[in-house]
Design a protein around this ligand. Structure first.
Ligand code: FAD
Ligand code: NDP
Length: 659
């Protein structure tokens, strides 16, 4: 029995008055449209600069790794030799890379000492949880279903929502259990990978940064199978605010928290360095929701610069009750709990089912607009059917949206502030957030909401930020402004990662994707790029529990390799056929209309900052957009499709023994 829903989950509240909702529907839709219209910008994604690409030295330096310990790493024998050949090379040491490594090991595919290497840009394992150490960081999906491999490690999370520290330590735990510490080359970036038609291997170019004393080391290594698991929210960016580079005082991005300035550490969150300071924070996304209460606790004044409010539901954090936690005798409990949870988000939970997790997510059935649901089937791409579909979803979301707005009035005492904090868009447009502290912080006299009415910051001076002609003097600025959109480059995994990938005959992955749009078999392999496996976005099943999708993807990738090696009796060359890939792309195209609800969204990373909402009359471009579709019947249906496929004989994949 795992901890289940408790009375804080809001399920005991009165059911919504649907007649009243119907009456409000039209005016709320109008408000949604008005608010979204304020926010569309012609520069879309170009309004941001990725820290790694910033020309200004100060902005560029905000992207540096604050955590890496060069002295410790330099003292170790490097895990990867220049010219070395490895069976599996995984780009990315986050949960995605770790899960894939574990699946390969557990499948018996990793045997020799040179069979597996992981190349990671950061100075340690953890990915998101390595880079992000800001105060207040927790997972937003329950830790019992978010933290990977709990069953296999036997680890019991301390709380319903684990802290960033616990999440990072769990990455280390996984690395220890599966003996991955000497398999990783940290502070090393893959820049380029090329398939050799002659040798049938990937040639991977890596740059290792050995710190100020030793400088860079360039390596070329070879991989029989190459995995690109670089994550989706990895490249921090900031808006191009005029004058930002000249702002006086300290400034840092949340993904590179500067404890030197704020005081405290990830372990000790007493931010004593903020005492007496005027602190500004740009952004009110999921990160800021967690950070603001911590700033409020220590700073003299806090200015929260808001362009679009987040939807903030109740959180319900609690300690794990070890009495309740009797899981050891039930194999498969984590998957069962994950599946139970996702049925609420897919709006297909059977009425008699016990809601095991009972969190704010499970009150958001309309989230199925972007992760699918078995309820809809395949939506016909006609204006009537699309209108019906999107209208139905908006209506489905309305009780949640109204409740979230009412909650603000209940909590925030100043009516003007409460009004400005209200989100006017449906749940699927931006990641919903959960906090029992964020809205409450605005009742403190030193916490000020600076609402920019959808326009953002005007400029920065040497002493502060300017909004609508007024300057707000600051000592410290926190940039909680997010990451390069996961949809960057039309969901192309190579572009998202920022690497050049060249397949058979030297063909560029970018050229292929640019010309024909997303082209994959099951979202993880692509024709002409043999033995290349990538983290899925397009043409895959979706869940807001990212480790669930990473787990499913890793299982499927492992299957391809295991089965192929069994077929050929050794190292294999695995390449999906054009026909299979096009057949799979057409499955996405068929389901494109199921994602039509994105058209009503206020801009954000989900819509590539509004670029998906642009009317597009060019049929070729429309087809490319349609190919970015997902498995719209939901992740559980998608898993069945994969399972059925795996029962067969690698249909649609050319498998040959490596020369
Ligand atoms: P990452 O964790 O991003 O790891 C990818 C790694 O690849 C990075 O460490 C990066 O340094 C490395 N890399 C990238 N390019 C290169 C290169 N060229 N060479 C070498 N290395 C490279 N999801 C949830 O489901 N629930 C949550 O609660 C949640 N909270 C989040 C909180 C924050 C602050 C952020 C930013 C994201 C959150 N996410 C959450 C999404 C989160 O990213 C995923 O859950 C998950 O951790 C992703 O794992 P990953 O391994 O795919 O990617
Ligand atoms: P987001 O992209 O969600 O938020 C960036 C914020 O910066 C937005 O509020 C955005 O406003 C604002 N912004 C951008 N440009 C300007 C500008 N010129 N002026 C004023 N404001 C501006 O990034 P986050 O880091 O908050 O979150 C990214 C994702 O990471 C989340 O969606 C979630 O998936 C994950 N995450 C999960 C967490 C968890 O709870 N475990 C915690 C943190 C992150 P606008 O909305 O108008 O664009």
């Amino acid at each position: 029995v795992l901890p289940s829903a408790d009375s804080t989950n809001g399920s005991d509240r009165a059911p919504p008055d649907m007649a009243a909702m119907q009456a409000k529907f039209a005016s709320i839709q109008q408000k949604y449209t008005e608010e979204a219209s304020k926010r569309f910008r012609s520069d879309g994604l170009a309004q941001y600069v990725d820290l790694q690409d910033a020309k200004d030295a100060r902005i560029h330096s905000l992207g540096k790794d604050p955590w890496v310990d060069h002295a410790v790493l330099n003292a170790k024998t490097p895990a990867v030799k220049d010219g070395g050949r490895y069976k599996f090379v995984i780009l990315g040491g986050g949960y995605g890379g770790l899960i894939a490594a574990v699946k390969l090991i557990e499948a018996g595919l990793v045997n020799g000492p040179d069979d597996l290497r992981i190349i990671e840009a950061g100075g340690g394992y953890g990915g998101t949880w390595y880079w992000n150490r800001y105060p207040g960081l927790h997972c937003d999906v329950e830790s019992y279903i978010y933290m990977p491999l709990l069953e296999e490690t036997g680890y019991v999370p301390k709380q319903k929502y684990a802290t960033g520290l616990e999440l990072r330590e769990h990455a280390e735990r996984i690395a220890t259990k599966w003996d991955l510490h000497d398999k990783a080359l940290f502070r090393s970036e893959v820049t380029d990978c090329r398939w050799s038609d002659e040798e049938e291997v990937w040639n991977v170019a890596v740059t290792e940064n050995r710190g100020p004393e030793e400088g860079e080391r360039k390596l070329n290594i070879q991989a029989n199978y190459f995995f690109v698991l670089s994550g989706v929210l990895t490249i921090p960016h900031v808006p191009k605010v005029p004058g930002l580079e000249n702002l006086g005082g300290s400034m840092f991005h949340t993904s590179r928290w500067d404890y030197g300035t704020t005081g405290g550490s990830q372990e000790d969150q007493n931010l004593t360095g903020l005492e007496g300071k005027r602190v500004g924070i740009i952004g009110t996304g999921a990160t800021a929701i967690q950070v603001v209460p911590k700033l409020a606790k220590f700073a003299k004044e806090v200015y929260v610069f808001q362009r679009t409010p987040s939807s903030v539901s109740w959180r319900g954090q609690k300690e794990t009750d070890l009495e309740e936690w009797q899981i050891a005798n039930k194999k498969g409990w984590q998957r069962e709990r994950r599946y139970n949870w996702v049925t609420y988000l897919n709006n297909c939970a059977p009425p008699e089912q016990v809601n095991m997790v009972g969190c704010g997510w499970t009150e958001a059935p309309a989230y199925c607009a972007i992760i699918g649901s078995p309820n809809f089937g395949i939506i016909e791409p006609t204006p009537e059917k699309i209108g019906e579909h999107v209208g139905g979803l908006l209506m489905l979301d309305l009780p949640r949206a109204e409740k979230a707005r009412a909650r603000i009035d209940e909590i925030v005492k100043d009516p003007e502030t409460a009004k400005a904090l209200k989100p006017w868009y449906p749940v699927w447009c931006k990641r919903p957030t959960f906090s029992d502290e964020y809205l409450q912080a605005f009742n403190l006299p030193h916490v000020h909401l600076v609402d920019t009415d959808g326009k953002g910051i005007d400029s920065a001076t040497s002493t502060g930020l300017v909004v609508q002609g007024k300057e707000y003097p600051l000592d410290i600025l926190v940039l909680s402004t997010g990451y390069r959109s996961p949809a960057y480059g039309g969901l192309n995994p190579a572009k998202r990662t920022g690497i050049n990938v060249f397949g058979r005959g030297g063909k560029s992955f970018d050229d292929k994707w640019d010309a024909q749009g997303a082209s994959t078999l099951h979202g993880v392999i692509s024709h002409g790029f043999p033995n290349l496996f990538f983290g899925p976005t397009a043409q895959f099943g979706q869940s807001p529990n990212n480790t669930e999708t990473l787990d499913i993807a890793a299982e499927h990738m492992t299957h391809f390799i295991k089965k192929a090696e069994e077929k050929v009796g050794g190292l294999a060359v695995i390449d999906p056929t054009v026909e299979a890939e096009e057949g799979w792309a057409m499955e996405a195209v068929k389901r494109a209309a199921n994602l039509a609800a994105l058209s009503v969204c206020t801009p954000g990373y989900t819509t590539s900052e509004g670029e998906f909402n642009k009317p597009n009359q060019d049929p070729a471009e429309m087809m490319k957009s349609a190919r970015m579709g997902i498995w719209s019947e939901g992740i559980l249906s998608f898993m069945k499709v994969l399972e059925e496929y795996r029962a067969g004989d690698l249909v649609g994949v050319d498998v040959t023994p490596r020369k």
